[in-house]
Design a protein around this ligand. Structure first.
Ligand SMILES: [Zn+2]
Length: 190
């Protein structure tokens, strides 16, 4: 877990410096999602898909995202949840507003995050990608702590998967998805 020091700087040392054979980061909270399966045999992991999510929409800090990714979202808790509670989805990772990282699916497994999608002539991006959700929405800037954590996570992933390129959900599912949205500053992870 990260600590925010009195200086306000996020201390990243000692966290997620290593990944096991399945692609689970050490030192990171892990909440197993059933919404994953095996990647096609021999798949080269070559893409990271950046997403944004908030549950309920526009609200931060609650348990809704964790509940959605682990099939525990309750339809009666919010009108929007009635529409989405039966979805079977999960990203590999979530970065919360304070920079906290949570993992749901081992990187070697196929998480169900992208849906119908296409990248460079390849369909079904879930097959060959890693999904990272940022807690956020289309209308609000992301936090410095989130960019810092994301850069650090991308650097770690590149150690294991040197081929990876980074894209957004809206880029691989245009017209269907808008995340991570207009407030995501791509220059900050360049
Ligand atoms: Zn998305």
């Amino acid at each position: 877990m990260s600590m925010v020091h009195s200086s306000g700087e996020l201390e990243l040392k000692g966290t997620c410096e290593s990944m096991d054979a399945l692609g689970v980061l050490a030192g990171v909270p892990y909440m197993a999602s059933p919404n994953c399966d095996e990647r096609p045999h021999g798949t080269l992991i070559r893409l990271v898909v950046i997403h944004a999510i908030s549950l309920p929409p526009g609200e931060f800090g609650g348990d809704g995202i964790l509940q959605l990714f682990t099939n525990r979202l309750r339809a009666e808790d919010h009108p929007y949840y009635r529409e989405i509670h039966a979805l079977r989805v999960s990203a590999h990772f979530l970065i919360r507003r304070d920079g906290t990282l949570i993992q749901f699916v081992p990187c070697e497994k196929r998480a169900w995050h992208a849906g119908v999608s296409r990248w460079k002539e390849h369909d079904r991006c879930n097959d060959f990608s890693i999904g990272i959700e940022l807690e956020g929405c289309d209308e609000q800037s992301f936090e410095d702590a989130q960019y810092m954590r994301l850069r650090h996570l991308l650097a770690l992933l590149r150690q294991r998967y040197p081929e990876i390129e980074v894209t957004g959900h809206s880029h691989i599912a245009p017209g269907r998805k808008t995340d991570p949205g207009p407030c995501f500053d791509w220059s900050r992870i360049a």
